[in-house]
Design a protein around this ligand. Structure first.
Ligand SMILES: [Zn+2]
Length: 329
């Protein structure tokens, strides 16, 4: 029997002493590896099956940043800090991951969202590297579907030199988001800096390619087996997707919630990125009530990699039960 002495685990420096059942002290030596540390993360992609479809989750990276006073608009900062601390985020900060998904329907390769793009500053913009590691050629993508036009979802459509990253893909974006963000009238009405930046970014990235974008409508398929769902609130055209192959179904939820540790647990909390926070909260509850009742698998763009799980009701709101890594397809 081995007893862990709490004091030595918490306060010991260097070696951790364990006492074996035979009464002998066992000392763990510091690693004396001859090999240099790798100093970089492993390729981040994860495959799974949904009926006959093959899914590949990709990480575009994750950002850790100090919690702004207005990060959650309708809650005192102290409560936000406490929730982040309870979730073991770095002190005073949150980590937000970004995870696009590729769906191989058997006839089409469909990429939902594109990340920040290869021109983005580290530690984001890693989709291209991870796609290469997964053996996926960007030229082979048939359809790129944007869930909404925020930079973390749409900017990866272009490389740093302005060329198209997926040159052979049909590019689809939700009609209400295109109408809203590309309107000069709406842009002129933007008051806060963040919203002004969103309008400016849409013009910069998509302005010269409006003729190349197919507008899609809610309630219709954007690709075989992938149906666009109205989950507006986060943006006016914010869209999620119901994916089905045979009897298997799942939801790709985009930004119905930002990081689950804060906004699933507290579905009323209004993250600063929501354009219409009241509507976003209504959407959140409607969406997760349905997903929890039907026990539907969900892919969440801002869930921790590989960013899939099941949402269950909890005493305050909801909680995420992440999938378990499956080594076989
Ligand atoms: Zn987002």
């Amino acid at each position: 029997m081995i007893e862990l002495n709490r004091r030595s685990v918490l306060f010991g420096t260097g070696a951790i002493a364990l006492v074996s059942g035979a009464g002998q002290a066992v000392t763990a030596r510091k690693a004396e590896a001859a090999a240099p540390a790798a100093q970089s993360q492993a390729p981040s992609f994860y495959r799974s099956k949904l009926g006959d479809f093959e899914l590949t989750q990709f990480s575009d990276g994750a950002r850790t940043f100090p919690i702004a006073d207005t990060f959650v608009r309708n809650v005192p900062k102290a409560s936000v800090l406490a929730a982040a601390e309870a979730a073991h985020m770095p002190q005073g900060q949150v980590t937000v991951p970004f995870n696009p998904v590729l769906i191989n329907t058997g006839s089409k390769l469909v990429l939902i969202d594109t990340g920040f793009g290869p021109g983005a500053a580290a530690p984001v913009g890693r989709l291209a590297t991870n796609m290469a590691a997964a053996g996926v050629d960007p030229k082979s993508i048939d359809i790129v579907v944007l869930s909404h036009l925020h930079p973390d979802h749409a900017n990866g459509i272009k490389a740093a030199d302005g060329s198209l990253v997926y040159p052979n893909a049909e590019i689809k974006a939700p009609a209400p988001d295109l109408n809203f963000w590309m309107s000069e009238e709406n842009a002129a009405k933007a008051k806060d800096e963040a919203t002004k930046n969103y309008f400016a970014n849409c013009r910069k990235v998509l302005g010269d390619m409006m003729g190349k974008i197919t507008r899609y409508e809610w309630g219709k398929e954007v690709a075989p087996g992938i149906t666009a769902l109205d989950t507006s609130g986060h943006t006016p055209g914010h869209t999620s997707f119901a994916v089905s192959s045979g009897s298997a179904t799942m939801l790709v939820q985009s930004d119905v919630t930002n990081i689950p540790e804060l906004f699933l647990v507290n579905p009323e909390w209004q993250v600063m990125f929501d354009y219409d926070p009241e509507k976003a909260a209504q959407t959140r509850k409607k969406f997760y009530d349905m997903a929890a009742a039907e026990k539907t698998l969900i892919a969440g763009f801002h869930f921790s990699f590989p960013s899939m799980g099941y949402v269950e009701k909890s005493s305050t709101g909801y909680r995420l039960n992440p999938i378990r890594w499956n080594p076989v397809l």
